[in-house]
Design a protein around this ligand. Structure first.
Ligand code: SF4
Ligand code: SF4
Length: 273
């Protein structure tokens, strides 16, 4: 994909030029391999039509996205008509903004021009001080003056919403009102309760482990294949194989003992694995 980044210099490490129509260079960058073409903006000093001329040049270069600081209404119209996405408000080096665009951190959202026509006239090229002047120009741009010149649908500029939240500080613990001996007795009581709970958990754990390790064992010498145990088992653990009861689903056994009790020949015992 080809993107056009306005830049103050002719390298990937040059800063983004905040002015679209009057930028120093158009950096046409192939995002797949970061190869670029640096085009000096020959119309940067024109008194009129710099934005349109710049936009037309960008359109002719076949780029799909423009990344810049600000776009005036005339240039915006030309770019939009050509289906070129516009990302305004970008800051950083050319390389940085392209990387941010590739990773989805720059959103295509400049649905409207963000500066009035002729923005940047007389700013000159590329120094940090002049870029600062550009920012002042953007601050000076008000919704009212923009509406009078912009051919796009008018949208009243709204200041960004800020919400203030009280900072959260770690609160010091309130001083305890317990006397040391009372606090000690309370802690002892708590320790005993925790000990009781722990013993209860250990006992149940052992019980479950024992259950998991026991299954019915069938004495094939005394089993006559009557099937009583199979019918008694609620979990279908047992089955008849070659005329004898067999465990076929040991994992489902709950050690309930119903099979043992149902066998007329005492052929079943619950045993550890
Ligand atoms: S102990 Fe209970 S669950 Fe296990 S095989 Fe016998 S009847 Fe089925
Ligand atoms: S109930 Fe006893 S004799 Fe009958 S099948 Fe089961 S193990 Fe064998």
């Amino acid at each position: 994909m080809k993107v056009c980044v306005t830049a103050v210099g002719a390298s990937l490490d040059a800063q983004v030029d905040l002015r679209f129509g009057r930028c120093a260079y158009f950096m046409i960058v192939d995002t797949s391999n970061m190869k670029f073409e640096a085009l000096p903006n020959v119309g940067a000093g024109a008194m009129h039509g710099a934005g349109v001329q710049a936009a037309q040049m960008v359109v002719n270069k076949g780029v799909q996205v423009v990344i810049t600081g600000s776009v005036g209404p005339n240039a915006h119209q030309v770019l939009s008509a050509a289906g070129i996405k516009i990302i305004a408000g970008a800051v950083g080096t050319v390389r940085e903004v392209v990387d941010r665009y590739k990773s989805g951190q720059l959103q295509e959202g400049a649905d409207l021009p963000n500066v009035p026509a002729h923005f940047g006239v007389g700013m000159g090229r590329g120094t940090g001080r002049r870029l600062g002047m550009g920012r002042r120009g953007m601050r000076a741009f008000s919704g009212a003056s923009y509406q009078s010149t912009c051919p796009q649908p008018i949208v009243q500029w709204q200041p960004p919403e800020y919400s203030y939240q009280e900072p959260i500080y770690d609160q010091p613990a309130p001083p305890t009102s317990l006397k040391p001996q009372d606090e000690l007795a309370s802690l002892e009581d708590y320790r005993k309760k925790l000990g009781d709970e722990l013993r209860s958990i250990e006992a149940r754990t052992k019980e479950l482990k024992d259950l998991a390790q026991k299954i019915p064992k069938i004495n094939l010498n005394t089993c006559n294949g009557c099937g009583a145990c199979i019918n008694a088992c609620p979990n279908r653990v047992l089955g008849l194989v070659n005329g004898k009861a067999r465990v076929i689903h040991a994992e489902a056994c709950t050690n309930c003992g119903l099979c043992t009790n149902s066998c007329p020949n005492n052929a079943i015992e619950i045993q550890s694995v």
